[in-house]
Design a protein around this ligand. Structure first.
Ligand code: GLC
Length: 769
C-alpha cells in the first residue's frame, strides 16, 4: 500500500486518524499496551474473526508532533508515525520495540514468490502488485528471536524462516521446510535482549511471514489482499504479552475434567465389538482411559450426522455408548464439513433448500470431493449456517456422544484446491474463498461449540484440525497427520509449545504418529511426551501398524501404563493450570523461554519443556538414547523420580540416565502439586474428600480449584479455591473462595518420601514439614 506524505492528523476518541497524500490510516489505542495500526477496505463489522466485542478501554494517552513525526504515548508504549505511514514503537523508557524499515526491500514486487505467482495468475501487473501489496516491513534490530506463528514445523525460534498462512492439508511427511500446515495464526512474539512484544496481523487472506529469510536487515509480513491491520502488543515479559494477546483474541475455557484423561483412537475402530475389545484391553492392562474416538467409518457412507445402519457392526449405538459410560468411557465422533451430494439425504437436502452451501460465481452449488465422494461445503461464514450446523449436533448428543472431532476443515478437497472465487459469505456480505478459507475451520469449530453448548449444556469438547487466531475460545486442536518417525516426535515439542505461545493451549499430537508404522521404542518415547501434552490422544491411520500399547509387548504396556498413570496423577495440577489459564491466557505446555527469557539456552531449547511453571520434562526423542543431556535453568530443582536436589546460581547441563521407561522430570523448589490417587478414569474414585499435595521444599504458592468439573457453574462462582503457601518449612492451606458444595475434609501432604496428614477446619490448615 502506498500512503505518501502525511498531510494532517486528528484525535478521534481513542484513535488518531492520519490523512496521507494517497490514503488514510489510523492508530487505535486499545489499552496502554495494545496499539492497532489500520488502513483498509474491509468494513468494521467484518474486520476481525479473531477478536469478538470491543476490547478497547479508556486509556490516557497523548498525541503531539515531535521531530517530524506524530508521537502517541501511553504510560507503557510510544508510537511515532511518519510519512508513508511508517510506524516505530518504543517502550516508555525509550527502548526500541520495533521500527519500520526505511530501505527498499530486495524483492521489488512487494510480495513473496508465492503471493506474486498468485497475483500474476489473477492478472495483476508487477507495478500493480507493488502498490497494492498489503505488507509491513520491520527493521531487524539484530538480536530478535521469534516465537509463535501457530502451528508451524521446525524449531521454537522462527528467525530466518519464511511461512505462509494458508490452511493446508498436505499429506506428505511434514518437514522443517513446510511453509504452511492446517492452521493459520498470524501472531508472533519477538524477544530482544531488553524487550519483548507481540505482533498480531489480523488478515485472513493468504499471507506471508518472512522472519529474516530474505534479509538480515528486516523481516516482513504481507497479505494478498485485505486490510493493513496489525496490533503491537507490549508487556513486561512474555507471559504478559501472551496475556495481552489472549485478552484480545480470547482464552481457552476450562475444559471438562475427563477431557484431560487419555483418549484412544484409530482410523477406524470398525464395530462395537472392536471398541469393547479395546476398552477391555485398556482395563486389563491397567492403563487409564477416558475416551474412545470414532473415525469416519461409524457413519453411513461418510454422511455426516448419520450412523451406519449395519447392525452387524453397530447393533445399537446408544446402548453401546451408555454401557461404555458405566465403565467411564466417553465416545467422541468425527465430523467433517464436506456434505455428501446425495438427494434424499436430509442434511444435503436441507442445505440445498436453504442455500447453505458455497457456490460458484455463477451461482451453482460448488462441488468437490472428500471421503463420501462428491461433496458440498457448508458456508460457515453465515450465522444461519452455523446455527443449522449447531442444530445438527443434536443427532450426536441424542446418541450420548460427548465430544466432536472436526476434521478436514481447511477445507480439504480431493479434486484440487477450491478456486479463490468460490462464493462464501462473510456474515451478511457476499465474499469468497480467498478471504474465508483461513477462517473456515474456525467458523466450523465455533458452530460446533455453540451447538453443543446449547444442546448438551456441559462445557463443549471440540477438537479441530484447522484454525485461525481466536479459535482457542471454541476448540482444542491436534496437529493433524504426523508420521511415526522420530523427526515428528522431536518436532512435537516446539510445535505444541509454539501453539501455546499463539494462544492455543489445549493441543496435542497424534501420540505414536498417524501415518507410517510405529516401533516399540518410538511408542514408548512418544507416550513419555504425550502424557504431558494437554490433549493426550493416541491415533493411527488405516493400513499402518496398530498402535494400542498391547500391540507391542509387555514392556511397552508397562511403560505406557507408567506414563498414563503419571498423567492421571497430575490431572488436578493440569486442571488448575486450565483454571488460571482461562484468566491469564498462559499455556499448559510451555517452552522454557516463556519463564526464563533472559536465559540464552532457554531461548533455543527444543528438546525440553515446562508443564505449567513447576514441572520440567526432558524426554528422550532420539532412537537408541538411554541418557539425556538436561538443561536446568538457574534455581533449585528436584528430580521427580529420585528426589535428588540440584541447585545452581546459573543454568546448568546435567547428564541424566534415561532408560526406556523414564522421562527425566524435574520439579521446581517451592512447588505445590495437587495430585490424584490411581484411577482407571476421571471420577472413578471420590477425590473430593482428601486434598493430596506433593510439595518440594522451598518457597512457593499454588491455587487449587475444586468444582463439578463439567458445567459452566464455575463462571457464576460455583467453585472452591484453596490457596496453598509454602514457606519456612510450613505449608498453609486456606479456602479463599467458597462456592462449591463439596469440600475437602483432609489434606495429605507428600514431601520427599514423608507423608503428613491434617484436617481442614473451615477449609484451612497448617502442616509443619
Ligand atoms: C484425516 C485426519 C485423520 C483421520 C483421517 C480419516 O487424515 O487428519 O486424523 O483419521 O482423515 O478420517
Amino acid at each position: 500500500m502506498e500512503f505518501g506524505k502525511l498531510c494532517s492528523w486528528e484525535k478521534q476518541g481513542n484513535r488518531v486518524v492520519f490523512q496521507f497524500e494517497k490514503r488514510t490510516g489510523r492508530v487505535e489505542i486499545l489499552t496502554p499496551e495494545i496499539f492497532n495500526v489500520f488502513s483498509g477496505v474491509v468494513s468494521e463489522e467484518h474486520r476481525s474473526k479473531a477478536i469478538e466485542g470491543d476490547k478497547s478501554v479508556a486509556v490516557d494517552f497523548t498525541a503531539a508532533e515531535a521531530d517530524g513525526a506524530v508521537e502517541i504515548s501511553t504510560d507503557a508504549v510510544t508510537a511515532r508515525i511518519y510519512d508513508d505511514f511508517k510506524v516505530d514503537f518504543y517502550k516508555a523508557d525509550g527502548t526500541v520495540l520495533c521500527r519500520d524499515y526505511r530501505g527498499s526491500r530486495k524483492i521489488c514486487a512487494g510480495l513473496s514468490d508465492e503471493l506474486k505467482a498468485l497475483k500474476e495468475a489473477e492478472g495483476h501487473s508487477v507495478e500493480e502488485q507493488r502498490t497494492e501489496a498489503v505488507e509491513v516491513v520491520k527493521q531487524l534490530e539484530g538480536d530478535e528471536a521469534f516465537y509463535g506463528l501457530g502451528d508451524k514445523t521446525g524449531f521454537m525460534d522462527k528467525r530466518g524462516y519464511e511461512y505462509v498462512m494458508w490452511n493446508t492439508d498436505d499429506p506428505a511427511p511434514q518437514m522443517d521446510n513446510f511453509k504452511s500446515l492446517y492452521k493459520s495464526i498470524p501472531f508472533f512474539i519477538t524477544l530482544h535482549k531488553n524487550a519483548v512484544f507481540g505482533l498480531f496481523y489480523d488478515n485472513t487472506y493468504r499471507s506471508c511471514f518472512d522472519m529474516g529469510k530474505e534479509s538480515e536487515e528486516y523481516y516482513w509480513y504481507g497479505a494478498a489482499d485485505g486490510n493493513l491491520d496489525y496490533y503491537l502488543i507490549a508487556g513486561e515479559s512474555m507471559p504478559e504479552v501472551l496475556g495481552n494477546y489472549t485478552y484480545l483474541t480470547g482464552t481457552v475455557p476450562v475444559p471438562q475434567k475427563w477431557t484431560l484423561g487419555y483418549h484412544q483412537c484409530r482410523w477406524s475402530y470398525m464395530s462395537e465389538e472392536e471398541i469393547r475389545d479395546v476398552v477391555s484391553h485398556m482395563r486389563e492392562c491397567g492403563i487409564p482411559c477416558d475416551a474412545i474416538h470414532l473415525d469416519i467409518d461409524y457413519m453411513d457412507h461418510y454422511k455426516v450426522f448419520t450412523w451406519t445402519p449395519d447392525k452387524e457392526r453397530y447393533p445399537d449405538p446408544e446402548k453401546m455408548i451408555a454401557d461404555l459410560a458405566k465403565d467411564g468411557i466417553k465416545i467422541v465422533t468425527i465430523i467433517d464439513p464436506g456434505v455428501k451430494l446425495e438427494e434424499g439425504y436430509s442434511v444435503y437436502d436441507k442445505g440445498v433448500e436453504n442455500g447453505y452451501f458455497a457456490t460458484t460465481p455463477e451461482g451453482e452449488i460448488y462441488v468437490n470431493a472428500v471421503w463420501p465422494g462428491d461433496a458440498v461445503y457448508p458456508d460457515f461464514g453465515k450465522k444461519e449456517v452455523r446455527d443449522w450446523w449447531g442444530e445438527n449436533q443434536q443427532f450426536l448428543v441424542d446418541k450420548g456422544v460427548r465430544g466432536v472431532w472436526n476434521d478436514m476443515n481447511e477445507p480439504a478437497s480431493f479434486r484440487g484446491e477450491l478456486p479463490q472465487d468460490v462464493v462464501f459469505t462473510d456474515e451478511d456480505e457476499k465474499s469468497d474463498h480467498a478471504r474465508m478459507h483461513n477462517v473456515y475451520g474456525h467458523n466450523m469449530a465455533k458452530a460446533t461449540y455453540e451447538g453443543l453448548k446449547q444442546r448438551d449444556g456441559r462445557r463443549p469438547f471440540v477438537i479441530t484440525r484447522a484454525c485461525y487466531a481466536g479459535s482457542q475460545k471454541y476448540s482444542t486442536a491436534w496437529t493433524g497427520d504426523n508420521h511415526s518417525i522420530w523427526a515428528h516426535l522431536q518436532m512435537a515439542i516446539p510445535q505444541l509449545c509454539n501453539l501455546g505461545m499463539s494462544g492455543m493451549s489445549f493441543v496435542g499430537t497424534d501420540v505414536g504418529g498417524f501415518g507410517s508404522d510405529c516401533t516399540k521404542e518410538l511408542m514408548c518415547r512418544w507416550v513419555e511426551v504425550g502424557c504431558f501434552s494437554p490433549l493426550f490422544r493416541n491415533h493411527s491411520a488405516i493400513g499402518t501398524r496398530y498402535q494400542e500399547p498391547w500391540r507391542f509387548d509387555q514392556e511397552t504396556v508397562d511403560i505406557y501404563r507408567k506414563a498414563a498413570q503419571l498423567r492421571y496423577h497430575l490431572i488436578p495440577y493440569y486442571y488448575d493450570l486450565f483454571f488460571t489459564g482461562e484468566k491469564t491466557g498462559l499455556p499448559i505446555m510451555r517452552s522454557l523461554v516463556l519463564h526464563y527469557e533472559k536465559d540464552e539456552v532457554a531461548k533455543e531449547c527444543n528438546t525440553e519443556f515446562l508443564a505449567g511453571p513447576n514441572l520440567l520434562a526432558a524426554p528422550v526423542v532420539t532412537q537408541g538414547d538411554r541418557k539425556k543431556m538436561v538443561y536446568l535453568p538457574a534455581g533449585t530443582w528436584y528430580d521427580y523420580w529420585t528426589g535428588e536436589k540440584i541447585s545452581g546460581d546459573q543454568g546448568q547441563w546435567i547428564l541424566r540416565d534415561a532408560p526406556l521407561d523414564t522421562c527425566p522430570l524435574y520439579v521446581k523448589a517451592g512447588a505445590v502439586l495437587p495430585v490424584w490417587p490411581e484411577q482407571n478414569y476421571v471420577g472413578e474414585k471420590d477425590t473430593n474428600q482428601v486434598l493430596m499435595l506433593e510439595v518440594y521444599p522451598g518457597e512457593g504458592s499454588w491455587d487449587h480449584f475444586q468444582d463439578d468439573g463439567e458445567s459452566f457453574a464455575y463462571r457464576d462462582g460455583v467453585y472452591n479455591q484453596y490457596h496453598c503457601e509454602l514457606k519456612d518449612g510450613k505449608l498453609t492451606v486456606a479456602c479463599v473462595h467458597d462456592g462449591y458444595e463439596k469440600h475437602y475434609q483432609r489434606v495429605q501432604v507428600h514431601c520427599l518420601g514423608k507423608t503428613f496428614e491434617a484436617e481442614l477446619k473451615d477449609g484451612a490448615c497448617c502442616v509443619e514439614l
